[in-house]
Design a protein around this ligand. Sequence first.
Ligand code: BDR
Ligand code: CA
Length: 305
Amino acid sequence: MEKIILDCDPGIDDAMAIAYALHSPEVELTAITTCFGNAHTDVTTKNALDLLALFDASHVPVYEGLNQTIDGQLPREGAPWIHGHNGIGEVTIPTSQKKAENESAHDFLSRITKEHPGELTLVPVGSLSNVARAIKADPEFVKNVKEIVVMGGAVRHPGNITPLAEANIHADPKAANIVFQSGANIRLVGLDVTMKTLLPQDKCDEWRSRNQPSATSMADIVTFYINAYKENNPGIIGCSLHDPLAIGTVIDPSFVQTVPMKVTVGEAGESYGQTVGEEDEASSVHVCLHVDSERFVAHFLSRVV
Ligand code: BDR
Ligand code: CA
């Protein structure tokens, strides 16, 4: 069983990733750390706590992360046109009784990887600010973390927040460069593969018909995402399973095929947030370029709610 920490910005596909991880015996969700991206970090922290309660998993601790980039800039407003103003499609779910832990996300990441060297896989699916901060603050972090499975970037595929940039990398490009150039063992799950993994539209009706609170809430939340996809991506039917695919590659790495690449991120001008990948056998960054989408989507659907 792989022990994972999900660093996330829930976020609708983040919510699906949380459910997928919780319902998959191949992984143990040991903690959630929160970051900004789809909304500011106070909102994503609340969503993480509330979603865990909805999925009956409040035992999973939540550590709040940075609400600023690695160089101290305030984040953009979020992505209300895709995730709603509250990050979960304007849907209200019950408020959790639990609060976030007192330790910050980056201190937690540093401490827990020291306590369990080589055992923990970190799965960041939002801005990379917390991870970059842990790398900068702790010289042993890169050696102690087993693998970093990043949802982010687009090496061959166009961007989704600018013509060239993917949203998570664009949220903090300097942090992304720190992470990609750290020498850590990294798998990059970007738009090159996630845009090929589509959740069929009729699934929400099926979830709703179960008459079970978490399945109904997820159906409502995901319906917002599917409608937003329809408006913003003419021709796409359904919605992309970005963050769930990152979890999927931990459950079963054979869902994807990777190529080692040196990855650099643009920090200015038109290329701000763009991920450029150059094939390089010696690189520790493994970029996913192919996905068995049919097998992955079927697996995801058999687990998610
Ligand atoms: C990524 O950006 C966010 O909107 C999603 O949650 C996902 O992590 C996709 O570009
Ligand atoms: Ca996300």
